[in-house]
Design a protein around this ligand. Structure first.
Ligand SMILES: Cc1cc2nc3c(=O)[nH]c(=O)nc-3n(C[C@H](O)[C@H](O)[C@H](O)COP(=O)(O)O)c2cc1C
Length: 326
């Protein structure tokens, strides 16, 4: 198998390598944006170089405060959050957090967001500058979080309209020109026709789809009648989201057999990850599970490997041959 990075050959000799479009990863398990800190925080619990990739919290061109507390509340089978895209801005992040990720040997997927098409182009240019400096090689892909308000469209989320989603992705693709970083568009499940939005972003320059972001939700204190989250509404994640995300992956794989697809939503076990891969995902991300158990992404990877071995597979990619991609 040649010189493969840590994590590429499972302890049981199984080939764990994953291909997400043009990108080859040692295995198909990543962290999910916003659930693993800005940098190498999870490195205190396991070796980050052993994961397929680390997806960092979404970054904007300028620092952003985010929403008032409380930002997280429990929900049945998951949780609600309204963090509000709090981040230090991409330049400060590159100075303060990227070096620790590079030192840990992590492959980094940079998640970005903006509040206008011009903002996506600008943050794209800054990603290129960051990725091409002395730490080149650490940044392996860009994930576009388009579940954010478009100031040029009365604050409606880019991801909720095929045209706005395509405009954001087109602008980001322009900003990324001159780099060969793959671009994945992370879509929202809060739409009537997800496949239509997926087609629009793939047509606008995205190589891949990350499916899905959180479902819009809210909880209210019955004693006061007020929402429990500081911002009012929030996003539902965790096991409750999993079947929604599996359906998104399955339908997009049927519609776009050659697109890169990353499944995210309620992966708590290796079995959940195997389900995503068999539904058509090339890789998976682990988010909410990490809050109760920081080692969850590593455990999911170990369980996935054990499950595949139990199935008699020689490669984890064989799971994809079971699903709708064929
Ligand atoms: C506290 C929290 C913060 C999040 N922040 C981001 C973010 O900054 N960017 C993003 O694209 N998704 C963000 N997400 C969404 C997750 O990346 C993921 O799509 C979603 O939670 C579903 O996966 P899970 O059920 O495994 O958590 C966040 C989720 C949570 C729970």
């Amino acid at each position: 198998m040649g010189l493969l990075p840590p994590g590429a050959v499972g302890r049981r000799g199984l080939d764990m390598t994953a291909r997400v479009g043009a990108l080859e990863l040692p295995n198909p398990v990543m962290t999910a944006s916003g659930t693993a800190g800005h940098g190498a925080e999870l490195g205190a619990y396991f070796d980050l170089s052993g994961l397929g990739a680390v997806v960092v919290k979404s970054l904007s061109a300028e620092p952003w405060e985010g929403n008032p507390p409380p930002r997280l509340v429990p929900a049945a089978a998951g949780m609600l959050n309204s963090v509000g895209l709090h981040n230090p801005g991409i330049d400060a992040w590159a100075r303060e957090h990227l070096p620790a990720l590079a030192k840990a040997g992590a492959r980094v997927v940079v998640s970005v967001w903006a509040r206008s098409p011009a903002g996506y182009e600008e943050v794209g240019r800054r990603v290129v500058a960051v990725a091409s400096d002395r730490r080149a090689g650490t940044v392996v892909a860009v994930e576009a979080n388009i579940s954010c308000p478009n100031l040029e469209d009365r604050g409606r989320m880019f991801a909720h309209s095929p045209d706005a989603a395509a405009t954001a992705i087109g602008a980001l693709a322009r900003g990324l020109q001159g780099s060969d970083l793959p671009l994945w568009a992370k879509l929202s499940p809060n739409v009537a026709d997800l496949v239509e939005v997926a087609g629009a972003v793939l047509g606008a320059g995205a190589e891949g789809l990350t499916l899905v972001n959180t479902l819009m939700g809210m909880s209210v204190d019955p004693l006061t009648g007020t929402p429990t989250l500081g911002a009012g509404g929030g996003g539902l994640s965790g096991p409750a989201l999993h079947p929604v995300a599996v359906r998104a992956v399955y339908e997009c794989r049927q519609a776009f057999p050659s697109a890169a697809i990353v499944g995210v939503g309620g992966v708590m076990t290796g079995y959940d990850a195997a389900e995503f891969l068999a539904a058509g995902a090339d890789a998976v991300q682990v988010g909410t599970a990490t809050f109760a158990e920081p080692r969850a992404p590593r455990r999911v990877l170990d369980e996935l490997e054990r499950w595949c071995t139990g199935q008699g597979l020689a490669s984890v990619r064989e799971l994809g041959k079971r699903g709708p991609g064929l």
